[in-house]
Design a protein around this ligand. Structure first.
Ligand code: MN
Length: 259
């Protein structure tokens, strides 16, 4: 069995195990509540756009690193747009109920007439759902024990890792993402992708793996506050990295079966 097949298999299984995220990604509407239940309301302070999982925090929760207006536009317009376009494209096809991670890992199986939308908008949906989850209000957080050890093994030190990530973020020409991922050798690796591509996309991404941390370097992610200063945004962003969530994702990713 090839590596990409085994990884797809893992992705499908991990999506089932992880459950909520994948389900939230692909659901257009929440399931109808029981007749006696009150209509669902988003948790206090957590904005929720139509058909999307609620943002894990309020729009202003990441200030001063990321301003509230940027978060509002980014979540309620950009992210919502990726989600609705993706769902519209796969509606009525057998990809509609497939975990998003599995669709992205095997884009060449998607019919040609919806493949580009699946790549760009499905990618955008996955990437932004991950992005919100791996951020949290500014605080002094450090990597958990598993990620700290893996960073040491892969990069030698946290400083070297940060420099590599910064290089990936600043070196991505135009729009794209910088990633920390578990590569196909089950090691941490830094990479970047253009547009809404991500390392799940076998046959598309130069380096493939399971992303555990991602930084959106599209101008829409930072321009209102940082204008052209992508470096300032990338450097400030460490203060909102949600390392406990990265630890959780890393622990899941390294459970991928070696075949
Ligand atoms: Mn974005």
């Amino acid at each position: 069995m090839s590596e990409s097949l085994s990884r797809r298999d893992f992705l499908a299984r991990s999506a089932l195990a992880a459950g909520a995220l994948a389900a939230g990604c692909r659901r257009r509407e929440p399931p109808p509540p029981p007749a006696t239940a009150a209509p669902p309301v988003p948790p206090a302070g957590r904005p929720q756009a139509d058909g999307l999982d609620p943002l894990p925090y309020a729009y202003d929760a990441l200030e001063p690193v990321i301003d509230a207006r940027t978060m509002e536009i980014h979540y309620s317009r950009h992210h919502a747009g990726y989600a609705s376009n993706y769902h519209a494209a796969v509606e009525g096809t057998r990809w509609e109920e497939m975990p998003l991670e599995s669709v992205l890992a095997d884009l060449h199986a998607v019919p040609e007439d919806i493949r580009t939308v699946a790549r760009n908008h499905g990618g955008g949906l996955f990437n932004h759902t991950l992005f919100w989850a791996v951020m949290a209000p500014p605080a002094e957080r450090t990597p958990g024990p598993l990620v700290a050890r893996a960073i040491g093994e892969a990069f030698g030190s946290f400083d070297v890792f940060q420099a590599a990530f910064r290089h990936a973020a600043l070196g991505q020409f135009g729009s794209g993402w910088a990633w920390l991922m578990v590569n196909d050798e089950r090691e941490l690796e830094v990479t970047s992708t253009p547009n809404q591509d991500n390392p799940l996309m076998s046959g598309v991404a130069e380096r493939t793996g399971i992303p555990v941390l991602g930084l959106d370097v599209w101008e829409h992610a930072y321009y209102l506050h940082y204008q052209n200063r992508r470096a300032d945004y990338a450097d400030a962003w460490w203060r909102v990295v949600n390392w406990p969530e990265v630890e959780r994702r890393y622990a899941t990713a390294v459970q991928a079966p070696m075949v």
